[in-house]
Write a protein that binds this ligand. Structure first.
Ligand SMILES: Cc1ncc(COP(=O)(O)O)c(C=O)c1O
Length: 378
């Protein structure tokens, strides 16, 4: 029977409730009136199956280390099959989180000083991973960024020919929300094979791919030398619980410490997410699609100088503020004068100067308040 009851919005929490209820990184040290629209946490209400699983674990006092042989890899593989038609045949290894997994992997794959390709503008922590490992970022900017951005396959070809050792891909891409096409990924895989370059595909935003868009798991098109990183942390907003996954046929042998450093609550919540929380995810995606339309509409009406091409995944608006007249640091001006905290585009690499990333994983009301304050600056 059709569900005729209006469902409560996942992204409907009021600013007052969020301000009084949230203690996570996004909300700390904010002057009272600042709207936090920066780090990648959503203002979502937790999926009920996840909340139930965590409550039940607390009731059982089940708060020890994560089991080393949990059902999470199998549950993830079932989700990948249902959601993307991807038959995961490679080993799936739980890690503390995606950042730790990629850093540890790069330590095995690269030698200090090696070049690793990144397709900027890109998630700023990629540069921190490289610093930790001692490798060098080789920036190959996306092309057509104002129209959403796509891989510069000729540029990647040249960088691989020049000796890059690995490529760290964001698929879907943070911050543009680009869902790389199967054709582009196939070409990338062919290049990687030709030059013997290891591709690490960070697919943490994949469950947030919008409807009517095909997400292509990179391992589906690549040979066994590629590695993918996944996590339920972004899509179900459980980053604080600490659990990510590395998937690959040819993974190095990691230290025993890897399994001991996974969050037990992260495993419990990830199983509940992948196995039992797909209806919640579908509703969330509908709300995020709506939010992207809200942003586009408000910008067209009140800030037409800002460039915005809505992505096809996740909850970021990558905004071209170069014609906004806010000076060289639009993110700084938005914080100081509009009391809206966004991420500075410069931290995303070369092409990010003059851009900001706004986190729109929140209510349409908060988005409207933030854009209203920015529009009032002029
Ligand atoms: C592309 C990408 N990779 C990795 C991360 C970090 O994930 P984790 O918290 O699992 O380290 C993020 C967080 O926003 C991200 O956007």
């Amino acid at each position: 029977m059709a569900d005729t009851h209006p469902r409560t919005a996942i992204l409907g929490s009021s600013l007052t409730d969020l301000q009084s209820g949230r203690t996570s990184a996004k909300w700390e040290n904010l002057a009272g009136d600042v709207l936090p629209m920066w780090v990648a946490e959503m203002d979502s209400v937790l999926a009920q199956p996840i909340a139930d699983a965590l409550h039940a674990a607390v009731e059982r006092s089940d708060t020890g280390y994560a089991a080393h042989d949990s059902e999470l890899p199998a549950v993830f593989a079932d989700f990948a099959q249902r959601r993307w038609g991807w038959s995961v045949t490679q080993p799936v290894i739980p890690f503390t989180d995606v950042g730790v997994a990629i850093t540890d992997l790069l330590r095995h794959l690269c030698r200090p000083g090696d070049g690793v390709i990144v397709t900027t503008p890109v998630y700023p922590s990629f540069f921190s991973y490289f610093d930790a490992v001692g490798v060098r970022p080789v920036e190959v900017p996306l092309i057509d960024i104002g129209d959403g951005g796509r891989l510069d396959l000729d540029g990647i070809d040249a960088a691989m020919r020049a000796g890059a050792r690995a490529l760290l891909l964001a698929n879907p891409h943070n911050p543009t929300g680009t869902v790389h096409s199967r054709a582009d990924l196939s070409t990338l895989a062919a290049l990687a094979e030709r030059y013997g370059v290891r591709v690490v595909s960070d697919e943490i935003h994949a469950p947030l791919t919008f409807s009517h868009t095909e997400f292509t798991p990179y391992l589906e098109v690549a040979g066994d030398t590629a590695v993918a990183a996944h996590s339920a942390s972004k899509a179900w907003n459980i980053a604080g619980l600490k659990c990510g996954l590395l998937i690959g046929a040819d993974l190095p042998s990691f230290s025993d410490q890897v399994a001991w450093a996974v969050g037990h609550f992260g495993v419990i919540a990830s199983i509940a997410a992948y196995r039992d929380s797909e209806a919640w995810l579908d509703q969330l995606i509908g709300e995020l699609e709506h939010n992207a339309e809200v942003v586009a509409g408000l910008l067209a009406d009140t800030l037409p100088q800002v460039g915005y091409c809505p992505g096809a995944a996740s909850y970021f608006a990558w905004l071209d503020c170069r014609r906004l007249d806010l000076g060289a640091d639009p993110a700084g001006a938005m914080l100081d004068r509009a009391r809206v905290k966004v991420s500075d585009g410069v931290s995303f690499g070369g092409p990010g100067a003059g851009w900001v990333r706004m986190n729109i994983g929140t209510s349409p009301e908060i988005i409207a308040t933030a854009l209203g304050r920015i529009a009032a600056l002029r």
